[in-house]
Design a protein around this ligand. Structure first.
Ligand code: ZN
Ligand code: ZN
Length: 433
């Protein structure tokens, strides 16, 4: 630490910059589970690091959107970054596309997609055999290349852009004038066995035209993919063919002021999944690439913790995302969720060993509850833990839903986390005079 000379007799120490990190364990909150004797997975897990931090810091419960409203991962993260999702949310597709590394133009329509297995019925409908084409799809990038740039003769001015993200997932972007995101999904979401026709959701010619394009490209994608050598190989190996793309979440690029504009800070994101990178990119974060960050159960938590600690040296604020707690809950597997919470504890342990705790403010929470009892996101609040040099610690000794309900932070809204972190850094702008 150096000194600044501000006069003959008086010197002030140069302040080390204060940093903030938001650590999200996706869907870590849960409900009491009968096979865990009424405990939640978080209460049943061994998580010494999280408990130690709870004892050092302040805790509370977070209503990520508002009490009782189940958040999506997209709206949940927007709230945790300090935005009112009701004002700026335009659909999931654009976030997935941004997270895949695509640059969106203001008039683009972006969708998220699944490579899926379907058969063409006699009456020319597509019957879905497997919504995820087996989920494990190492040929995803090659399949996306086959349909990327497809020319649609009836709409020659529309560009069709397809990119693979992870597993069976991909994104589609339609680029051209006069398009609309006001159209329905082709993905039946498990409610029907058939690929749906996209329909306009308003009376505009733009919505009508876009729905027609989506239905045309869906058929064309099938025509190309069904005869591809990749699918011939998969068929031979007894694997589900990835011969169709189910589309959902049409949206345009949201107009969101960046965190830099609001707080004058530099920000970075360490995440495996395209959606989280996409939401982070939409608010102006630098997206860091980390080898082994897969967003799956096998994600490399040490690599992620190291990358986040390194990013804190060059950025004021870092967002670190861990996905598998949510996946285990969607799989309705409490034992797996406990194992993933313990993996998350190891991530946090690795992280705090690498950072300067005297100058770093940490918030640990989730974007929503994902209940292992029903496999769904629910409106139950999530535990929140804040630790750092300015935090007034409370008497809570454990990081769990019930323990944090007694914490000093009380019950607050998700949108408050970002201003609270920025206040700890003395970067929250004053309201009033
Ligand atoms: Zn989530
Ligand atoms: Zn989820």
């Amino acid at each position: 630490m150096g000194d600044v000379n501000i006069g003959v007799k008086l010197t002030l120490p140069v302040q080390k910059p204060e940093k903030a990190i938001l650590v999200i364990s996706d869907g870590i909150g849960d409900r009491p589970v009968s096979v865990l004797n009424g405990k939640t997975p978080l209460e049943a897990a061994m998580k010494p690091t999280l408990d130690t931090l709870a004892a050092k810091g302040a805790t509370g419960l977070l209503h990520v959107l508002s009490p009782g409203i189940p958040p999506g991962s997209d709206t949940g993260h927007l709230s945790l970054f300090g935005y009112d999702a009701r004002d700026c949310y335009t659909g999931r597709g654009p976030f997935e596309a941004l997270g895949a590394g695509l640059d969106l133009e203001p008039t683009d329509i972006a969708f998220r997609g699944n490579f899926a297995s379907a058969i063409l019925t006699k009456d020319e409908n597509f019957e879905v055999v497997d919504r995820r084409a087996g989920r494990h799809l190492p040929e995803g990038a090659e399949l996306a290349k086959l349909i990327n740039g497809l020319k649609v003769p009836s709409f020659p001015k529309v560009r069709v852009i397809v990119d693979h993200t992870v597993e069976h997932r991909c994104v589609l972007v339609l680029r051209g004038a006069g398009l609309s995101s006001s159209i329905s999904d082709t993905d039946p979401h498990g409610h029907s066995n058939f690929v749906l026709s996209s329909m306009p959701l308003d009376e505009t010619p733009e919505a009508e035209k876009t729905a027609q394009i989506v239905n045309t490209v869906t058929r064309e994608f099938y025509r190309i993919l069904k005869d591809s050598p990749i699918n011939a190989k998969r068929k031979k190996a007894g694997l589900p063919e990835a011969n169709i793309v189910l589309l959902r979440g049409a949206g345009i690029l949201p107009e969101i002021p960046s965190l830099k504009d609001i707080y004058e800070i530099s920000t970075a994101c360490v995440a495996g999944g395209a959606l989280y990178k996409g939401v982070a990119r939409s608010v102006g974060m630098d997206i860091l690439t980390v080898q082994g960050a897969t967003a799956s159960y096998d994600t490399d938590v040490e690599a992620k913790a190291k990358a986040a600690a390194k990013a804190l040296k060059t950025h004021d604020y870092v967002f670190l995302h861990f996905k598998p707690t949510d996946s285990a809950a969607h799989d309705k597997d409490p034992k797996k969720k406990i194992a993933m919470i313990e993996k998350f504890d190891h991530l946090v342990k690795t992280l705090i060993e690498l950072i300067d705790m005297d100058h770093t403010h940490i918030a640990i929470t989730a974007d929503h509850t994902t209940a292992t009892t029903n496999g769904q996101h629910t409106g139950d609040p999530v535990p929140l833990l804040m630790v750092g040099p300015t935090v007034r610690n409370d008497d809570v000794l454990e990081f769990s839903e019930r323990a944090c309900a007694k914490g000093g932070l009380g019950q607050i809204l998700g949108m408050a986390v970002m201003p609270m972190l920025m206040s700890a850094l003395d970067r929250s702008p004053m309201f009033g005079a």
